[in-house]
Write a protein that binds this ligand. Structure first.
Ligand code: AHM
Ligand code: MG
Length: 332
């Protein structure tokens, strides 16, 4: 079998893909290069002085890991100079990242979580970079926030790099979901998972059950449903890595459901932990492209109008059967 690179694959499907323009291909290439640099650092993390915390607290109120900071800087540095973007937003930066005029500005808006799951870094658990791409709607200068706060359904592409037992890129431009595995001997991501479809139903539920006592009754009922065997229902296994890219990747391939419900632990985060722009929207775009669903308990994630760059949402994502069950119990 001839193994296609990401760009070959994109060009091959050019006809049905309005995004296969030189600009978008260039943007994807820049992201791939940044990810290769991040992957190299992640792979060698134990050998270099890159584990541990920087001592800073980020906009999310969390400790900044050195690798988080490194990944963020690599992405900003490369992409800012690409000439393809008019703005960026990173989970690690409080404000929009503007593109200095001398670098040239393009028509895309890039949103990313540079290193998701970073609290797992020191334990060598899979982590990832999540990205999401929007097109510019109108052209105010300087860029205003309301212009970039588009619904997830407006994404033109989304995906993630998974730094796991192998490094992978999984992405969609709205023409299905495709997975590529990095072959270090060739230095390229090669097509390994064409046209991924999530199973209609699965046998795994994934949630941090340590927060049980902070959930409302309906949420407890949902988790109980997945734990309670009944005739005609599969016996669900529980898997929870605590790294969204890894938990999502498993859900995409094996089916089932990943949940991060709202909880009452922290009054500052009444809507759960995961962020709409950096985490929920890109994964929701991918799961819908793969035939699954993503909701906040009431409505599709992709239909939520963002009001803030760092807004949080509850997330229920995975196979249709399991996500529909969640909607049924919440009475949505
Ligand atoms: P991060 O972006 O700061 O790494 O946080 C997001 C991560 C996700 O990868 C994961 O799903 C979640 O946090 C785990 O949270 P918890 O430890 O509360 O279960
Ligand atoms: Mg994250």
């Amino acid at each position: 079998m001839r193994q296609l690179t990401v760009i070959e694959h994109l060009l091959l499907h050019q006809k049905e893909n309005p995004l296969a323009t030189g600009n978008f291909t260039h943007l994807l290439n820049e992201l791939i290069l940044a990810a290769k640099i991040i992957a190299r650092a992640v792979n060698k993390a134990g050998l270099m002085d890159v584990l541990g915390e920087t001592g800073e607290i980020n906009v999310q109120g969390e400790q900044v890991q050195k690798l988080d900071d490194f990944a963020n800087r690599v992405l900003i540095h490369r992409l800012q100079r690409s000439g393809l973007l008019y703005a960026m937003a990173s989970e690690e930066n409080a404000d929009l990242i503007e593109i200095p005029e001398q670098f040239g500005r393009g028509n895309y808006f890039l949103v990313f979580d540079p290193l998701d799951g970073s609290s797992n870094i020191a334990a060598n658990v899979s982590i990832g970079t999540i990205f999401s791409i929007y097109r510019r709607k109108n052209g105010s200068d300087p860029v205003i926030l309301s212009e970039v706060l588009q619904k997830g359904s407006e994404q033109v592409a989304a995906g993630y790099f998974l730094y796991g037992s192998s490094t992978m890129l999984v992405y969609s431009t709205g023409q299905g979901v495709h997975g590529f595995t990095f072959d270090p001997s060739v230095g390229e991501f090669l097509l390994s998972h064409p046209d991924i479809k999530i199973p209609e139903k699965g046998k795994i539920y994934s949630v941090n059950e340590g927060y049980w006592s902070y959930w409302d009754d309906k949420t407890k009922e949902i988790i109980s449903y997945f734990k309670t065997p009944e005739p005609g229902k599969p016996t669900y296994s529980l898997r929870y890595i605590g790294s969204l890219v890894a938990d999502f990747h498993r859900t995409l391939l094996y089916g089932g459901i990943f949940m991060y419900p709202k909880d009452l632990r922290d009054p500052k985060k009444p809507t759960g932990k995961l962020r709409l722009l950096y985490e929920a929207n890109p994964m929701a775009f991918l799961v819908e492209q793969a035939g699954g669903m993503a909701v906040d308990g009431e409505r599709p994630i992709l239909e939520i109008q963002p009001e803030d760059l760092h807004q949080r949402v509850p997330l229920f994502i995975g196979s249709k059967t399991e996500v529909q069950k969640v909607l049924e119990i919440y009475g949505a």
